[in-house]
Design a protein around this ligand. Structure first.
Ligand SMILES: O=c1[nH]c(=O)c2ncn([C@@H]3O[C@H](COP(=O)(O)OP(=O)(O)OP(=O)(O)O)[C@@H](O)[C@H]3O)c2[nH]1
Ligand SMILES: [Mg+2]
Length: 195
């Protein structure tokens, strides 16, 4: 386990292939994608604020992997609903589907929302956990539009664009998204952390 000096590899613990694909293509441009390997470990997820969920996920991942780990947790927050579904978006999406999510806002004129991503990194079991957050402001479309390649992408329209994430080419989403913003902080950190 690395406790000082530089590290060689980081394990990105996620069971979500879409997160992995986006991380690889965003880190590729920084020449770091071959330094991050994937492990799919089903970790229990604490409920609560996004940063706490990511921190706890990271602590558990470091114990399971026994070395440097990166995890991330994504939230989708509807402003009219006080930030819900938030970290519970996975369960809302599973229950309602992308068609059902906009119906939660049917009674509200305010369709604004935020996609939030929190990465958490630790060098290993018992080591400090560092977090890196990215937020993408936007709004919820009335109905899904675009290729349904990733969960709620078809209903999220980032501010400044007329298309949903699912209607964009990946290169555009990967420049402006919640994940891209958080990963730009992760990338700057990893440059100093990796040998
Ligand atoms: O359309 C989308 N565009 C995105 O950019 C995006 N990022 C995450 N998600 C979905 O939001 C929930 C987060 O839950 P989540 O962070 O716990 O992820 P997960 O359980 O799938 O993977 P992990 O916890 O093993 O990393 C899950 O349903 C993810 O599929 C997204 N959907
Ligand atoms: Mg999860």
């Amino acid at each position: 386990m690395a406790t000082s000096g530089k590290i060689k590899l980081v394990t990105f613990v996620t069971g979500n292939p879409n997160k992995l694909r986006e991380l690889n293509s965003i880190l590729l441009t920084a020449g770091l994608s071959d330094r991050v390997v994937n492990k799919d470990i089903d970790l229990p997820e604490l409920q609560g604020l996004p940063e706490m969920v990511a921190r706890e996920k990271c602590r558990l991942a470091a114990e399971r992997v026994g070395g440097p780990v990166l995890v991330e947790d994504t939230s989708l927050c509807f402003n009219a609903l006080g930030g819900l579904p938030g970290v519970y978006i996975k369960w809302f999406l599973d229950a309602l589907g992308p068609d059902g999510l906009p119906k939660l806002l049917a009674a509200f004129p305010d369709k604004s929302a935020e996609a939030r991503c929190v990465f958490a990194y630790s060098r290993g079991p018992g080591q400090e956990v560092k977090v890196f957050a990215g937020v993408c402001p936007g709004s919820i479309a009335d109905k899904p539009a675009g290729d349904n390649r990733f969960g709620w992408d078809p209903i999220f329209k980032p501010d400044g664009f007329h298309e949903t994430f699912a209607q964009m080419v990946p290169e555009v989403k990967n420049t402006i998204s919640h994940r891209a913003k958080a990963l730009s902080l992760v990338r700057d950190f990893l440059v100093g952390e990796l040998e």
